[in-house]
Design a protein around this ligand. Sequence first.
Ligand SMILES: [Zn+2]
Length: 322
Amino acid sequence: MRFGARQCFLCGTPTTPGVDAVPVFGEWLMNRYHLHERQIKLLDLSIVAYKDLQIACCPRCRTQHVEPLEAQVQAAASQGVTGLRNLDDKTLFLWLGKMMYGVLVTELLNELEPLAVPQYPLAENAKMLRRFQAFFQPFQALRVPVEFDDFTPASVFVLEVDPAQDDMPFEYDDDLSTLAFSIKLDNAVVTACLVDNGIIRQAMRRVYQDAQRPLHPVQVAEFKARVYYAAYILNVVPDYYLRPLQPGATQLVMDTVIDDVTGDIFNPWENAAYGQSLLEMWKRWQIPLEDIMHDPEQPLSFLYTADGEPLQLTHYPATDNA
Ligand SMILES: [Zn+2]
């Protein structure tokens, strides 16, 4: 796993900087949501336009692997939430993984010559680097035919936003230190932890089940806060192994092991820390921390009532005559 402008991100073939590249956010995405000139602030506070976020990629990987993947997701996304839900987990993992990879590598390269030294440089985050290295193995499925034996490398969720109070056609955010990533395409929000072998989805299966309905954006934000916080307290990093190739096989088979079975899979859930995650995700609505933590045993929720029933929310803040 080496990166820079002179090596294809997938196969390592030498590339010509500025010529052999693919955009981090697919051309169709940038066209559809007018992102080319839109700006992203990196961790060192420097500003970069979406169109300038690029990954070095050889012509072969671009035409054989990356562009077909983008075309497949583009076709699915044109069918909205249903289309995205019909995509298999592996495709969504690879598509989200490619964007996350691109953003993360941009940040890492940028840290070599930062505009302002970040408070917590990613390159010094040993846990993140371990997760990133683990992620890169199943991510090779973008280039080589690999079948995952009975596991999915990521937890991927596709949520539907109720259009009534939704005014953001495109949104993207991430937590690079935990490889959590979300992207919003019209009324579909895809959110994921990319290196947990589906553990978070398993842990959140009831919440996800209850969220299979159009959600108010403030509810989607809460769901994301739960995913991001779970990724933060996740205490294991999977290992991956390729099985020896059988004669005549057309696919490699990858196994996975989480070998640290002595420790807990998650560190303890702490409401005060989860409250910070909610505060961050609810920034748009400016919900004060005192309100979020009004009951320290049960932080504010818009997904559930105090009795634990799924909450129907059409307006936030609630209108007086509602
Ligand atoms: Zn390549």
